[in-house]
Design a protein around this ligand. Structure first.
Ligand code: SF4
Length: 441
């Protein structure tokens, strides 16, 4: 580092959107203190790696990212989920400067200060009030709580992140308002268990503008919906009060989109998974939700090959999918995670059976997705533009979350801008994406 110039930090952010929010917070603090971000490890003053430790494959990815940072730079600070169990990192890379767990922002900053002290300069110390975003400017993740009170048998997140801790409603709303004022058009509400929001606060009220808002899922969703941006709800479990949120979707306050990680449908498997809000009338509820809000898009994730999953359980899941008609789906083959109680369950499923079931489920879903998308041909949809190319722009309808769902490809008579919301006529559908032409601006 040159005398008086700002220290440069290279940052690697791995893992889920929740980890991305942690990265954004750390970077915001660093920028506020005058640090700069480097594009490459080589030549940076140090490297921070925000790791993911959820699955063994994610741990491997994290270790190899740490390895590259050590080789290319040598001054490395590790944080994030894998940092909650530091032994593996210490063994592989004893020269790492510091290892901290998720949300330990202060410890990360202390480690940075020790390795590369900040240079105070009033011109460098400027940071936009909404913070630094790693996602494009037109959408932003909004984390409303941390941790989880559930104890799903395949999951170690509660061990890593602790029990549910919700942010007061006014705190979330202030952040959301700042984001919208800075140009964000879509807020993606995330947590480990969004529908449990506020339980730990006993749904306490906090002051927001001229009123008090309770820390309740429904109240928060309604207030967020009044800010003038698209509001998309992720990681919602089907507790009974979720029915009330469907009303907000029909009114157009929040997007008609629910991301519910069902993980399975068979009661035996759900029981072995110890899933929250698992109940046998879910199909009836989905039908009622769709009757109340016909545009509702459902996204979900499923795990195949969970210990004890029989051919009958899997057939049950396929039939259930046909009835539920989940619009968007992600499927994982069960993988043991160090520390998860499901590791000790009997009747582990062989890898080739997991693969067969994964193939069968994805093939079934492809048909369901194609069927659902075909119904949109001829309709007009609002589309938010994510990327602009020379002839075609790529965007998303209200039914598509960024990075995980399908896209809408559009042609247009006039150039489009990233972040713009346009109306488009849908002309064609394939298995996962839509194609159309802009019909209104
Ligand atoms: S709900 Fe289950 S899977 Fe999700 S974070 Fe909590 S324990 Fe893990």
């Amino acid at each position: 580092m040159q005398q008086g110039s700002a220290p440069k930090i290279s940052f690697v952010s791995l893992g889920c959107p929740k980890a991305l929010v942690d990265s954004e917070r750390i970077i915001t603090r660093l920028r506020a203190e005058g640090y700069e971000l480097a594009r490459q490890h080589d030549g940076a003053d140090l490297v921070i790696v925000n790791t993911c430790g959820f699955l063994d494959s994610a741990k491997q990815e994290s270790l190899s990212a740490i390895g590259s940072a050590m080789a290319e730079n040598g001054k490395v600070i590790v944080t994030g989920c894998m940092g909650a169990e530091p032994e593996q990192i210490e063994q592989a890379y004893p020269g790492v400067l510091s290892i901290t767990g998720p949300q330990q922002y202060e410890s990360v900053l202390d480690a940075v200060h020790r390795a590369s002290p900040p240079v105070h300069n009033p011109h460098l110390d400027l940071v936009p009030p909404q913070g630094i975003k790693l996602t494009p400017r037109h959408y932003a993740y909004l984390k409303i709580s941390e941790g989880c009170n559930n104890r799903c048998s395949f999951c170690i997140i509660p061990k890593l992140r602790g029990d549910l801790v919700s942010r007061p409603a006014a705190d979330v709303l202030r952040e959301a308002e700042r984001l919208v004022a800075a140009g964000v058009k879509e807020l993606l509400v995330i947590s480990q268990d969004t529908s449990a929001y506020g339980l730990d606060l006993k749904y306490a009220e906090s002051s927001w503008k001229d009123r008090s808002v309770r820390a309740r899922f429904l109240d928060l969703a309604r207030e967020l919906g009044d800010l003038g941006a698209w509001v998309r709800l992720h990681y919602v479990y089907p507790y009974p009060h979720v029915d009330d949120v469907i009303g907000l979707m029909s009114e157009g306050k929040v997007l008609p989109y629910l991301d519910i990680p069902f993980q399975h449908a068979s009661p035996n498997v759900l029981k072995a998974m110890r899933r929250p809000a698992a109940q046998d009338r879910t199909l009836d509820r989905i039908k009622r939700w769709r009757a109340a809000c016909p545009d509702l898009a459902l996204r979900s994730t499923f795990i195949v090959g969970f210990p004890g999953e029989t051919d009958e359980d899997f057939a049950y899941l396929l039939d259930w999918l046909d009835e539920a008609e989940i619009d968007r789906l992600g499927c994982f083959k069960y993988e043991p995670v160090a520390g998860a109680t499901s590791n000790a369950l009997p009747d582990q499923v062989p890898d080739e059976v997991k693969q067969e079931r994964w193939n069968a489920l994805m093939a079934r879903q492809q048909k369901i997705s194609a069927r659902r998308l075909k119904r949109k041909v001829g309709t007009r949809q609002q589309i938010i533009i994510d990327e602009v190319g020379p002839t075609v722009a790529k965007g998303r309808s209200k039914a598509d979350a960024p990075e995980i769902d399908g896209a809408v490809y559009l042609s247009s008579r006039r150039p489009l801008r990233v972040g713009e919301i346009v109306t488009a006529k849908i002309e064609r559908a394939d298995e996962y994406d839509l194609h159309g032409i802009v019909s209104g601006f």
